[in-house]
Design a protein around this ligand. Structure first.
Ligand SMILES: Cc1cc2nc3c(=O)[nH]c(=O)nc-3n(C[C@H](O)[C@H](O)[C@H](O)COP(=O)(O)OP(=O)(O)OC[C@H]3O[C@@H](n4cnc5c(N)ncnc54)[C@H](O)[C@@H]3O)c2cc1C
Length: 494
């Protein structure tokens, strides 16, 4: 995958996709598999928006049963199965324990009933059906759990994946199939004639120049920025602009806490469902869900988010006694949720919608990572409709997602995740990584591990500079930016 801006400026594409998160990547791969001429531009790095900041679960969404979102859960469990089939190297089953305590807002019998429904909606095609365990069996499996007032636990399965890496894999496959994808290219304008967009103006953030890309249909997959991109069309253009009620979600990484399970539990403070997940050589805890009004590029965990999650961990694992000084790192993202009149952020729907504005702009808003493949299928079908032609058959449900990783070579940089010098070189030469953060966070995943420290980042910068000596200055500046961000990702740490 190479950043070929002259080819983007020269071509006329069937689709120009704006946004290189998982929705844009999934749409690019789907359309390229159907034989369309595809271009995709991303304003920062691929997956740098919400698609590297999720809980990294491919899940049915057990908690949406409470909102009676049965079709969303059925759809998500079906997609969970498909993604395991097409990308078994990325989407892996994870056993969860759901411990229930006396006084929890949802009692054990209700959770069991919900789990039965969860299995039914998955048509029993999950890794295994749920099981209930006594308090003694529960504590034998996860001895650190608070034994006081424990009524038992339910074990069930969902899947885990590396969200950023999975997104990059989709883009690599799309470009292998002929799609032209470029990061650090921001769409700053849309030129229309009689309600029909003819081209998008793109500003190259690495070169400071601008150019136009021509296409027959334009797909706005800009996640939290979807309203801004739809707003680039002249006011008064007929059609709908998506409206969001975004929320912020924070995760913290702590030293390893559980043995083998993810833990899904009811928060003591407000009864919200929270996760404790094994992640690399750490434990990931999440997530908060609060209204967000600022610039999506500036979202960060603050000290109160961290304290909220730490208090829940201390209540569930009393001997851990974790404080802010134990936090290895944090990350925060924006859920681009559709505007609704739900009473709380957590109650807001995770459904998606595809809206048309003018003759040939489609915007996709809302949705979940888990259902990206299905959403991409619907968007590409709608794009055929915009062109007035019959959709070619979608092939993403049965086409394996290739594993692009090169054979490990050179020294090993980190054990967990497993990263070699060859991975960094490959990221720079073949995966369009241009900054230290691109490599640390979205190509190798080291940022979310104990190897995320400045010392590893310095080593990565050195390898990157050897691979592209002409970019030494930019790489050095990006190293300083990474180190600053790393410091800011640990609020409240003394
Ligand atoms: C805290 C949290 C936890 C979550 N956990 C899960 C989970 O466990 N499982 C699950 O299924 N879902 C989860 N989700 C939801 C999931 O992460 C999102 O639905 C998904 O990542 C959205 O992808 P996207 O492509 O729409 O948005 P994004 O990933 O944000 O991509 C949009 C891209 O568009 C780019 N862009 C914007 N404007 C322009 C422009 N003018 N020009 C060019 N590019 C532009 C942005 O830079 C961005 O990269 C979670 C979300 C959050 C916030």
């Amino acid at each position: 995958m190479h950043r070929n801006l002259p080819a983007l400026a020269d071509g006329v594409f069937d689709l120009l996709i704006i946004g290189g998160g998982i929705f844009g990547a999934g749409i690019a791969r789907d359309a390229a598999l159907r034989g369309l001429r595809v271009a995709l531009v991303e304003q920062y790095d691929f997956a740098s928006g919400t698609s590297s900041r999720s809980s990294k679960l491919i899940h049915g969404g057990f908690r949406y049963l409470e909102q009676r979102a049965f079709s969303l859960v059925a759809e998500s469990t079906r997609e969970r199965r498909i993604l395991q089939d097409i990308a078994p190297h990325r989407v892996r089953p994870l056993p969860f324990l759901l411990p229930v305590y006396r006084g929890d807002p949802r009692p054990l019998w209700l959770m069991r009933l919900g789990m039965t429904l969860y299995d039914v909606l998955a048509l029993y095609r999950n890794t295994a059906a749920h099981r209930k365990f006594s308090p003694a069996r529960t504590l034998a499996m996860e001895p650190g759990l608070d034994p006081k007032n424990l009524r038992g636990a339910i074990r069930f399965y969902d899947c885990q994946e590396d969200d950023a890496r999975f997104c990059i894999d989709n883009l690599l496959h799309a470009s292998e199939l002929g799609a032209l994808c470029a990061n650090y290219c921001e769409v700053t304008g849309l030129a229309a004639k009689d309600g029909r967009i003819v081209s998008a103006t793109v500003t190259d953030r690495l070169g400071a120049g601008s150019f136009d890309i021509r296409a027959r249909a334009f797909i706005n997959a800009a996640g939290p920025w979807v309203e801004q991109v739809a707003g680039l069309l002249t006011p008064g253009t007929p059609g709908e602009i998506p409206r969001l009620s975004p929320t912020k979600g924070v995760h913290i990484l702590l030293p390893r806490l559980t043995q083998t399970h993810g833990i899904f539990f009811q928060g003591r403070r407000d009864g919200r469902m929270l996760f404790i997940l094994p992640w690399n050589d750490c434990t990931m805890v999440g997530t908060t869900d609060t209204d967000f009004k600022g610039d999506p590029a500036d979202v960060r965990a603050d000290a109160s988010d961290v304290e909220y999650l730490l208090a829940e961990v201390r209540a569930l694992f009393p001997s851990s006694n974790f404080t802010a000084s134990d936090v290895i790192t944090t990350f925060a993202g924006i859920r681009p949720l559709l505007k609704s009149d739900a009473s709380t952020p957590t109650a807001r729907s995770r459904e998606h919608s595809i809206l048309r504005r003018g003759e040939n702009l489609l915007s996709v808003a809302g949705g979940k990572y888990t259902t990206y493949r299905l959403i991409a299928e619907q968007v590409v079908d709608a794009a055929y409709d915009v062109r007035g032609s019959r959709p070619a058959e979608c092939r993403t449900a049965r086409t394996p997602l290739p594993n692009h990783r090169p054979a490990p070579a050179g020294d090993r940089i980190a054990e967990i995740p497993d990263v070699y010098v060859s991975d960094v070189t490959y990221a720079v030469r073949e995966e369009m990584a241009t900054t230290v953060e691109d490599v640390m966070r979205r190509r190798t995943g080291m940022a979310l591990s104990r190897s995320g420290s400045p010392a590893t980042a310095e080593r990565v910068a050195h390898i990157m500079t050897n691979a592209t000596p002409q970019d030494a200055e930019r790489i050095d500046a990006s190293l300083r930016a990474y180190i600053e961000e790393w410091g800011q990702s640990r609020p409240g740490r003394s």
